[in-house]
Ligand binder design. Structure first.
Ligand SMILES: Nc1ncnc2c1ncn2[C@@H]1O[C@H](COP(=O)(O)OP(=O)(O)OP(=O)(O)O)[C@@H](O)[C@H]1O
Ligand SMILES: [Mg+2]
Length: 270
């Protein structure tokens, strides 16, 4: 339970919305340094799982522990400390449209207590270089393409140096070239900062690139958990046919209307 190498531990998670049960006694753990992809049908609860882990949604039943501490037992100060070690790239990108790219990236840093303007400029510049977008500090999100906005959202999450990064559909809505670019960036970033990450994706090329462990979510549980090869050989027909259905192309991308390129994302989280 208190193993500091287990960054995320979810036990007996139940979550319903009215009559709809989305998480049904789900267990999941993630070790420090692991990069896992969460796969599953649309509506299977992948985003809900991420939101429960990051604390945007509360479980009806069950426990979430982060860095070995049950979050239900933490006071507000402790919880904030834990949350600061995590970053999430939302499905919609969730940039602040009324702020420039610089302001978007500086925002979480200022919240983390960063107040040296020069140092702030330097960190923002570096993170934009990481995502191959040097010099876009003064642009507004509406002036950028869908792929560029995704990269700015990625840079914003990275700005605060999170130990645990959660990505929700980082490549959805992008063309294959931009999808590959983002997947490579995530892979590079994982190597560079040795982060632990959870990537929710429909894009198997992305999953292959960024994660050595795949979990398939269905019926409110993790139905399969293993290497990509193990999942392709899963005893569960549903898992095999899902993977056959989406592999190897990116045909399932873009089906989320919340995230189409060119659409201006709204302010804040989804
Ligand atoms: N805040 C909410 N209130 C009510 N229902 C919700 C809420 N959030 C999610 N749901 C429902 O929970 C189910 C799982 O949603 P979730 O967004 O986790 O799916 P998903 O697996 O991420 O799907 P996709 O691949 O399309 O993004 C869906 O039926 C959704 O409508
Ligand atoms: Mg989702």
């Amino acid at each position: 339970m208190n193993d500091p190498n287990i960054l995320v531990e979810v036990k007996g998670l139940r979550k319903s919305f009215g009559p709809l049960t989305v998480m049904d006694d789900l267990d999941f753990s993630l070790f420090k340094g692991e990069n896992v992809a969460i796969l599953g049908q649309s509506g299977s609860g992948k985003s809900v799982l991420l939101k429960v882990i990051i604390g945007l949604l509360e479980p009806d039943e069950g426990e979430v522990s982060l860095w070995g501490r049950r979050i239900s037992e933490l006071d507000d100060g402790e919880l904030n400390k834990v949350r600061r070690k995590m970053g999430m790239v939302f499905q919609s990108g969730a940039l602040f449209d009324s702020m420039t790219v610089f302001e978007n990236l500086a925002f979480p840093l200022v919240e983390h207590g960063f107040d040296d303007e020069d140092a702030l400029r330097e960190v923002v510049k570096k993170r934009l270089e990481w995502v191959s977008l040097p010099g876009v500090e003064d642009k507004y999100p509406s002036e950028l393409s869908g792929g560029m906005r995704k990269r700015v959202a990625l840079a914003r999450t990275l700005a605060a140096d999170p130990e645990l990064i959660l990505y929700d559909e980082p490549t959805t809505g992008l063309d294959p070239l931009n999808s590959r670019k983002i997947s490579s960036m995530i892979h590079e970033i994982d190597k560079r900062v040795k982060s632990t990450s959870i990537v929710v994706t429909h894009d198997l090329d992305c999953a292959r690139k960024v994660a050595g462990r795949w979990c398939y979510l269905s019926g409110g549980k993790i139905l399969a958990d293993g290497t990509p090869d193990e999942l392709f050989e899963s005893p569960h027909e549903e898992v095999r046919s899902f993977l056959r259905g989406v592999a190897p192309s990116t045909e399932n991308q873009g089906r989320d209307s919340r995230d189409v390129p060119g659409k201006t994302t709204s302010r804040g989280a989804e």
